[in-house]
Write a protein that binds this ligand. Structure first.
Ligand code: SER
Length: 316
């Protein structure tokens, strides 16, 4: 596809970034996608790469100018569990990183921003089932507080400075190509690796901890989808609810047993249990459907079969 877009992905070696960069490169062309992270990674071998610290505004501007960047996907952040261990740094990174990028768009140096929000914006007083787009939020984790404040800043920059920023509230993301890091929903990826490696898994959440989740191909489709939608279709400039399917550790273990009959699971909840208990169990994503045509493809059974097939292939 011929394009004048030059895309910078910040935080490109994380769970989402790894897959997003591959997809963006195939959609926009190798020469139009710059991966970047705080450290050099193997992504540098596959295409353009820059070492970028999003908290260093001058360094970021230099990279943006060097490549004539028009769009930024800002993925660098501390996730829920890691952020609880270092709240002040999490706030600094998650908030000031976003403000640095929003300011580049305010100054018209870049044209478009993608910034992920999360189900963590919701809290214990939020309705847990089919959580509405607009509802009580009151997040109780530093990650959730930073994502909710970030949503407010995104909407503010859109209203006040016409900044074209787009955002999705991701549920837990599950993929086989990259490892998650520091999240409460990470168990849903680890469980597959352990099922194939040792046939058993000790889960850090309790058996009935139902959470909203999504398979990575759907998350990538939603991300590129919202960024490619016409600007007038994006009616919500804070962040859109997004949903795939929901399950508990017990339910995913049951599904895995359809492929690995002897698989066993035990439960040893840790501090992440409290985080999981504060989040919704299912999400109403109807506004994303209505406004820009979002529709997920994968359910629990489809995701599980695809994960196991791909992870088996990766090992052999
Ligand atoms: N998957 C994330 C986490 O668990 C939620 O956005 O932190």
């Amino acid at each position: 596809m011929p394009t004048t877009d030059k895309i910078l992905v910040i935080g490109s070696s994380g769970q989402l970034g790894t897959e997003l960069v591959q997809n963006l490169r195939s959609v926009y062309g190798l020469e139009n996608v710059i991966a970047s992270d705080i450290k050099m990674t193997d992504q540098a071998k596959e295409g353009l790469f820059e070492v970028v610290d999003v908290l260093n505004a001058a360094g970021l501007l230099e990279v943006i100018k060097k490549h004539g960047v028009t769009q930024v996907y800002l993925l660098a952040a501390l996730l829920s569990a890691t952020a609880e261990k270092n709240p002040k740094f999490a706030w600094d990174l998650n908030m000031n990183g976003l403000l640095n990028v929003l300011d580049l768009a305010k100054e018209k140096i870049i044209q478009k921003i993608y910034w992920p929000s999360s189900i963590a914006v919701f809290g214990p007083n939020t309705p847990k089932q089919n959580t509405p787009q607009f509802t009580i939020m009151e997040p109780s984790t530093v990650y959730g507080i930073s994502k909710q404040a970030g949503e407010r800043w995104c909407e503010y920059y859109f209203n006040k400075y016409a900044v074209d920023v787009r955002s999705l509230r991701y549920p837990g993301l599950i993929g086989w190509k990259s490892a998650p890091g520091g999240g409460t929903t990470d168990y849903a990826v680890h469980i597959f690796h352990e099922a194939l490696k040792s046939g058993s898994y000790e889960c850090f959440l309790s058996e009935n901890s139902t959470l909203p989740m999504m398979y990575m191909p759907d998350a990538i489709k939603a991300t590129i989808g919202i960024m490619q939608a016409d600007a007038d279709k994006i009616k919500i400039r804070s962040s859109y609810n997004l949903a795939g399917f929901s399950f508990s550790p017990k339910e995913i273990a049951h599904e895995i047993r359809n492929h690995i009959p002897d698989f066993t699971i035990t439960y040893k909840p840790d501090s992440r249990q409290q985080i999981a208990d504060s989040w919704p169990q299912s999400i109403d994503a109807s506004r994303a459907g209505q406004d820009w045509g979002w529709k997920p493809e994968f359910d629990l059974a489809g995701m599980t079969a695809d994960m196991i097939r791909n992870l088996k292939g990766k090992k052999s």
